[in-house]
Write a new protein. Structure first.
Length: 295
């Protein structure tokens, strides 16, 4: 009898250790990770964005490369060793991942016609390598909107081919955001011909034009989407947005076997647009309740 009790006790101990391990894994490793953007937290390339991201409940942060304007390259302080180390150390201390660098200066500047653009891309890729970041964001922006300016198509393709070769040499991915439909983006990626150029999908783009968000995801497929801006235009939080069914989106992404970063960009409550912590905490919590629910 005593021997049986010892065996049962040992068995329960082993089961407990296994369950604790599984539970711990489920809490720390997720198929979908939730990210925020320092620029949208009003802390562009500021160290304070990292603890704020932690307070919000994000798993990681996208750090901006700094302003561009008419400079030959970004106003990027991360190439300064001491500053870069502060960012890396703070992220490590708070167990937060710097998962992407963002070239948001190209929202307003024209990648497709800018005389000097290679240096800015080189600086971004160099910073990625120094910080061990594998993905960067490159918006085509207003001036390179290929739906409004189709005559710029050849210039965009030619430059993205060059950027694709640069990314391949560095073993990184550049995620582009365009104004095109998913079908048009597929054709664009085929022309570029580089797996190192992928789509940084934005929920708000198909929604504002009345396209089917889930169908667009499915058209692009798992291998062509590097990250997802998982929010809509400002107005209401994700949980109150009738245009977005996150459960259906998760089901579609699960079926696609997609995994990666869901990045909160907007979906701020219009009644309190300046409440950075409140808006982004609400959206992060809701995303986690859908995409990181415990089994």
């Amino acid at each position: 009898m005593k021997r049986n009790k010892v065996i049962i006790a040992r068995y329960l101990l082993v089961v407990g250790i296994v369950l604790q391990s599984v539970f711990s894994y489920s809490q720390t490793t997720h198929r979908y990770k939730i990210g925020v953007i320092d620029l949208m937290l009003l802390k562009r390339q500021k160290l304070g964005a990292i603890p704020l991201a932690k307070q919000i409940g994000a798993d990681g942060i996208e750090v901006d490369m700094g302003g561009l304007g008419n400079r030959p390259t970004f106003d990027n302080q991360l190439l300064i060793d001491s500053i870069r180390q502060q960012f890396l150390s703070k992220a490590k201390e708070l167990n937060l991942e710097i998962f992407s660098l963002a070239m948001t200066g190209y929202y307003a500047q024209a990648l497709c016609t800018r005389t000097e653009y290679i240096r800015s891309i080189e600086d971004c890729i160099s910073t990625m390598q120094l910080m061990h970041v594998k993905t960067a964001f490159l918006p085509l922006g207003v001036q390179c909107d290929l739906r409004k300016n189709p005559e710029l198509h050849d210039s965009v393709v030619a430059r993205l081919k060059i950027i694709g070769k640069m990314a391949k040499a560095a073993n990184v991915v550049i995620g582009i955001e365009t104004a095109l439909t998913a079908t048009e983006e597929l054709a664009l990626l085929k022309e570029i011909g580089s797996s190192n150029i992928q789509i940084y999908f934005n929920f708000s783009n198909p929604l504002k034009e009345g396209r089917d968000l889930i169908k667009e995801l499915q058209i692009l497929g798992k291998k062509r989407i590097c990250m997802i801006h998982c929010t809509n235009k400002d107005g209401v939080w994700l949980q109150n947005d009738p245009q977005i069914d996150l459960n259906a989106i998760k089901k579609a992404l699960d079926k696609m076997k997609w995994t990666g970063w869901l990045v909160i960009e907007r979906s701020r409550d219009a009644t309190k647009p300046k409440d950075v912590k409140g808006n982004y905490t609400a959206n992060a919590n809701y995303l986690k309740s859908i995409f990181q629910a415990s089994f």
